[in-house]
Write a protein that binds this ligand. Sequence first.
Ligand SMILES: [Zn+2]
Length: 467
Amino acid sequence: MAGKAGAAPQKVDLLLSGCDVVTIDDRNRVIRDGAVAIRGNRIVWIGKASAARRHVTAASTLDGAGQIAMPGLIDAHVHTAQTLLRGKLAEIGLRRPIKIPPWKNYYIPFEGMLTDEDVHLSGLLCYANMISVGTTCFAEAGGPHPDAMGRAAVEIGIRGFVALSTVDQGTNVPGSMIATTRQCHDRNVALVKRWKGASHGTDRVQAWLSLRQIMVCTPELIEGMAEAARALDVKIHTHLCEGVYEIDYALERFGKRPAEYLHGLGALDRHMHCAHSVLLSAEEMDLFVRHRPSACHCAFNNYHIGPHRLSEMWRRGIDIGLGTDGAASWGSLDIFQVAHATRIGQQAVMGTPIAYRNVMGSEEILKVATNGGARALGLENQIGSLEVGKKADILLVDRTQLDHMPLYDPYFVAANTVVGRDVRTVVIDGKVVMKDRELLTVDREEIDRRLAERLPKLMERFDAMTA
Ligand SMILES: [Zn+2]
């Protein structure tokens, strides 16, 4: 990890120095009073702060005293275009009963109303919010106007994959949210090609294919998309085993459970990213292990559906990360809080029924949120830990708050007591995007101005439509 003794110091662009470095690497190394050096968009040196001056000469240095340096968190399932619905269903619920299921009665109709500019605004708000709570990379589930999301992500400086909401069958789906099988296929492929490589001046933002979920996608579309994913070598973002209605649909129509159905179509491989994956049978879990689709646990919502077996999936080597499922469902985009909810959820469903006290510690769950998210997104060689050679997606987190005291082990603090608002400084792809809680890439007043102008009109229409 250190350079050769006696070698001339290497020139670096940025040095984070004096922080406790929680690497979350293979050995979970923690370096007290450490330093991380960055050149371009990569980490080039990690070690003790006292050794840094012998090994590197930095163009600029950030003082990390009183802070923990750790890898940025990854939100492996978010709905960018639902950000403006945060808290809205709760507010409607004060006036009249909420219609079930919400995704069909509220979320998709809302997405159908949005213009390109609305989604751009949602993206600015969503990604700025993510950075402010320590999320440096996201996977969009699939929404309207994905190019507008991509534009917002490029501007804000976050890393991520955008995707198009893809529906080619189903009743009560707004016209703007449904298309023919061919249109769905072609629009997805074109989106991925538009965002391939450094086509927008950076390779930080790319696009995936998407299938909203099996009930609203024909078998022909699923097969075609699986083929396209292999040809383009990208993932397909979908929702899987998220409700009993979905299991019934697959059993009634095809005599198979959802994951078995995808497998039968040749679509269950490492290109498929299956958010939720709560209601997996033992056979479906085996299919995941054998065929390597990735998954995402959304703790804020998954325990409403069933006893999610994250800890079993993780131990069996499935590539799984944590996700928020967007701001509309439960409000927060803070993956630290999702991780805390995950610990309690896993204990309740996997430990307590068999009097087993330590199903999954918080440190291991933070590993899921970083290493696991990177694996789920196919970026494990790029991000997810602080290691020489990896991309510089790094948080500096305040460890001096009373809620963190006393401090014996910085990894314990990062995993158990830190929440997103403790994050002070964020580096993504080597660039400082938030410094001492000031967002450097975002004009916050401009976002507020656009929200004040647009939200009342949007909500008036939404209220009328969903009454
Ligand atoms: Zn979702």
